[in-house]
Structures are given as C-alpha cells and as structure tokens.
Design a protein around this ligand. Structure first.
Ligand code: UFG
Length: 324
C-alpha cells in the first residue's frame, strides 16, 4: 500500500514510518516540522513539508495514489491545551476536518488516527476498556474525543473507514537506534528523568506522593512506541482487508508507579536520578491502566517491546547519542 503519514516526522510518527517501511509499504510523509524533526525523515520517502491547515497541499498529497492515511499531527501538551485552547481547536480539530474533507474529496477512504487515553478522564474503573465513559479533563483530550465523533459522522456520510487508536503512555525509542530524534521540549516523565540524569535540568519533581497507591505515587500504563507502531501497521492492513471502523485502546495492561520508574531507571542506566517530591499536578488521576483486549482480538496485536528495561534502555540510548 501507499500510506500518507501525516505527522510522520514526529516522535510516534517516525516510528510508525519505520514499521511501515519494514512491512514493505510505500510511505510519504506530510509534516510541518513544528515539532517533528528533519532528522526523523528517511531519504527513500517522499517528504511534503506543509501544514494540515493547507487544504490544497493535503489534496495534492492524497492525489498521489494514496491508499490510506495515518494521522498523528497534533499538539499534545495537556497543560498548554488549557492555556491556549484556540491553538488546539485550530490545529487539532480544524486541521483534522481539513484532512477528512481532503480524503472525502479525493476518495481516500481508510484512516488510522492517533487518539489518546486522555478521552476517558478520571477512571471510574480500571483497567479502562473502550466502553468506559468519556469525560476528558483537558481541552487536549476533548479535541481527541471530538475528532472521533467527526470520524463517526464521516463514516456514515462519506464512507470513511477508520481505526482510532487510544494510546496510553507512549514511551521508549527504536531499539535499533535508527529513529533517535529527541522530542523538542519534552513534557513526559521518561524524557524528564533522562534530562535530570544528564544535568539538563536540576531534578525530577515527582507530582504527589500521597495518592492511594502502593507507594503513594501515580501509576500509569507505559507502552513502547515500537508496539504502538506495529498496531498502526496492523490497523491499516485490517482496513485494507475490509475491516470495519474501530476504536481501540493501546496499552500493556500493566502499571508502574512513578517511584518504580525512577528505581528502574537508576538500575538500567547505572546513574542517579535526582528527584524531589512536589505537589500533585492538577488533573492527574492516581491510576490509569488499559484494557487492550479488543486490540489484541481485532488486530491480533500484542505488545512485545514494552518490558520496562527495554523502554528505559532504548530511551537512555537515544539520549546518550544526542549528548555525544
Ligand atoms: N510525572 C511526575 N513528574 C514530571 C512528569 C510526570 O511526577 O515531571 C508523573 C505524572 O504525575 C504521572 C506520570 O509521571 O503520574 C506520567 O506523566 P506523563 O506526563 O509522562 O504522562 P501522563 O500520564 O500525564 O499523560 C499521558 C500522555 C498524555 C495523555 C495522558 C492520558 O502523555 O498525552 O497520558 O492519560 F493525555
């Protein structure tokens, strides 16, 4: 298949591109490089440097005999989305409407979309399955929920078929070290720990240690990007074979606390992670855990790279490479 990967120069997108190439698909990348990196591009693939708000550029890209689209182009900082909802509305929602309209206008029917566990909000039960009520706590999460609704309408009215993949905590780097471009201005636990080890920031602040969990710190479901990437390949193949639209959680169904992540990082890297306890971060639920049963059944997908040691060592390798 010829796949247009929108946001293919980004952290998850570049891992998806690599997995698609490995599965012998033709790939074109569409990215405005606002957070994506030129160093994440593969020379073999066509690269279109453009914004998803540019309808003509999208349409031209799709007219190149594209069979399906993977859409990962989004602003994704939860805190920022509460400060600048206009930016998130425009980029995430209007940008996606442009993509849906360009697909409808060019007859490209199949779409794999990057959604997020942020659509669920504070869990009413764990593990969270896809039937869990949706109550996003951030505008970012709302944009993902809203887009899923648009996709449902375009399915009904325009013949779109989609797989919406709700990622839990995306972590890790390509173990082969081919994709190793570091995210600009990272906001998540693992990259922040790496920066603390390397002296790029004074220390990790652990947000809250009085949660109702085994050690008082929050528990999350950390899934390796290579496992996320393989789910995208399988989702595209599923749609290509005539599968119907799906919304699927992607997680490991196992949880680790922040302190467990710190300890494991110290063990794997052999370095001290300087940290201090700080106040809770608003909107952080104590425990988030996925049920990924549906993805396992429907896509025949299994996370095979998400062992903690692998997650940490691949991240550490990417960070060490960048600091050479
Ligand atoms: N944490 C800290 N200190 C930090 C950063 C994070 O203690 O400096 C803690 C958080 O409180 C949380 C855990 O580490 O308990 C993981 O935090 P991340 O910021 O890495 O990830 P989140 O679980 O907050 O968010 C992730 C994705 C979001 C998505 C959300 C949905 O990054 O995009 O899951 O559940 F919206």
């Amino acid at each position: 298949m010829h796949i247009l990967v929108i946001g293919g120069a980004g952290y998850i997108g570049s891992h998806v591109v690599k997995a698609l190439m490995k599965a012998n698909h033709k790939v074109s990348v569409f990215d405005n490089l606002s957070s994506g990196l030129e160093s994440n591009l593969f020379a073999q693939n066509k690269f279109i440097k453009a914004d998803i708000l540019d309808y003509a550029a999208l349409k031209n890209a799709l007219l190149e005999k594209v069979d399906a689209v993977v859409h990962l182009a989004a602003k994704k900082a939860v805190g920022e989305s509460m400060q600048k909802p206009e930016m998130y509305a425009l980029n995430n929602i209007s940008g996606t409407i442009n993509i849906l309209n360009a697909m409808a206008g060019t007859g490209v029917k199949n779409l794999v979309f990057s959604s997020s566990a942020a659509v669920y909000g504070n869990p009413q039960y764990v593990p969270i399955d896809e039937k869990h009520p949706l109550n996003p706590l951030s505008f970012y999460g709302f944009t993902k929920q809203d887009i899923e609704n648009y996709m449902r309408w375009y399915e009904q009215l325009k013949g779109l078929r989609f797989v919406s993949l709700r990622y839990f905590n995306a972590v890790g780097y390509d173990e082969e070290g081919i994709v190793h471009g570091l995210e600009k201005n990272p906001q998540n636990l693992l990259p922040i720990m790496m920066e603390a080890i390397l002296g790029k920031r004074p220390k990790l602040q652990i947000f809250g240690h009085d949660y109702d969990t085994k050690d008082g710190t929050c528990i999350r479901d950390y899934i390796h990007v290579t496992d996320l990437a393989s789910a995208h390949v399988k989702a595209l193949e599923f749609l290509h074979q005539g599968g119907d639209s799906q919304i699927l959680n992607l997680g490991t169904e196992k949880g680790f606390s922040v302190l467990e992540m710190v300890q494991a990082t110290q063990k794997v890297t052999g370095r001290n992670v300087p940290y201090e306890f700080a106040a809770r971060r608003p909107g952080d639920p104590a425990i988030i855990l996925a049920s990924a049963k549906k993805a396992r059944q429907i896509l025949n997908w299994e996370p095979t790279h998400s062992q903690l040691e692998n997650i940490i060592s691949s991240t550490w390798n990417a960070y060490q490479k960048s600091s050479l």
